[in-house]
Design a protein around this ligand. Structure first.
Ligand code: CP
Ligand code: NVA
Length: 306
């Protein structure tokens, strides 16, 4: 059966923990520069409609390290640019490639690619979700804390793609998640419903609050993302105003657990969603988190493709 990773909701608990275990083993192997041939010369397309520093490079690097090959597909160089339908493009790519890692504006695009290509599509961020980010982040939390069950992750910021995938992954893993966001920037209701349904089974709790202080109280992890996401440049002023006060700073840290870990999917805007002092400070695991995007990608590729 061909399986794609379009949403964090595509995973079972067994899938998630198997991926995390593969990531742990492969991180060790990669550190020791072991020769790995898990992808057996599979050719994987990398199709990115938006910029990326981490997701694209970490996936390409993981693919090469696991013995596969990559072809970068710049959207402007494809006939899609001149109006060729996704349906036709998907069919062709499905016959030339073994899988595609795709970053798209509209989530529907990855759904359509998966349907028409017949090969596994890995969502490297859409307007709705960023599932590989959430999986890699869980790997970092597990690596640092030794467990994930019962921990509280507080997300301060916009209730969009990264937040959505974290909600689904935390619920699956049995982690409590609190979201603090301004009025009008809450996570989507259907994602909250899915997370709540999963949380009922795993003992996790999901809360959406307006107050960052209340959400940060006793938190084990404080997490944030940019205030202005890719594609939202026109709303910049409006969003900077709306998110004023939703910053991870020293005051907020003092309300959370003494052992609190600070995470950010990056890129970071110091002075907006996080202060320079906190991102560079002793509670930040942001750079370990960013490195683990490659090891998490290796775990995902091995689990879905080999
Ligand atoms: N966190 C993340 O997805 O970073 P990039 O946009 O650099 O890929
Ligand atoms: N929410 C951000 C995530 C960047 C990794 C965006 O979509 O731009």
């Amino acid at each position: 059966m061909v399986r794609s990773l379009l949403s964090a909701d595509d995973l079972t608990r067994e899938d998630l923990f198997a991926i995390l275990d593969r990531a742990r083993v492969l991180k060790e192997a990669i550190k020791q520069r072991k020769t790995l041939d898990l992808l057996g010369n599979r050719v994987i397309g990398i199709l990115f409609e938006k910029p990326s520093t981490r997701t694209r490079t970490s996936f390409e690097s993981a693919i090469l390290r696991l013995g596969g090959g990559t072809i970068y597909l710049a959207p402007n160089d494809l006939q899609i640019k001149r109006g060729e339908p996704i349906e036709d493009t998907g069919r062709m790519l499905g016959s030339y490639l073994d899988a595609v890692v795709a970053r798209v504006y509209a989530h529907q695009t990855v759904e359509d690619f998966a349907r028409y290509s017949g090969i596994p599509i890995i969502n490297g961020l859409s307007d709705l979700e960023h599932p590989t980010q959430a999986i890699c982040d869980l790997f970092t939390i597990l690596e640092t804390k030794g467990t994930v069950q019962g921990l509280t992750l507080t997300y301060i910021g916009d209730g969009n793609n990264v937040c959505h995938s974290l909600l689904l992954i935390c619920a699956l893993a049995g982690m409590h998640m609190r979201v603090a966001c301004p009025e009008g920037y809450s996570p989507r209701a259907d994602i909250l419903d899915k997370a709540n349904r999963t949380a009922e089974k795993t003992g996790a709790r999901v809360q959406v609050l307006n107050s960052p202080g209340e959400a940060a109280e006793g938190a084990d992890i404080l997490y944030t993302d940019v205030w202005v996401s890719m594609g939202e440049e026109k709303e910049k002023e409006e969003k900077l105003n709306a998110f004023h006060g939703y910053q991870i700073n020293a005051d907020l840290l003092s309300l959370s657990s003494k052992e609190v870990l600070v995470m950010h999917c990056l890129p970071a805007h110091r002075g907006q969603e996080i202060t320079a002092e906190v991102i560079e400070g002793p509670r930040s695991i942001v750079w370990q988190q960013a490195e683990n995007k490659m090891h998490g990608a290796a775990g995902i590729l091995d689990y879905f493709l080999s």
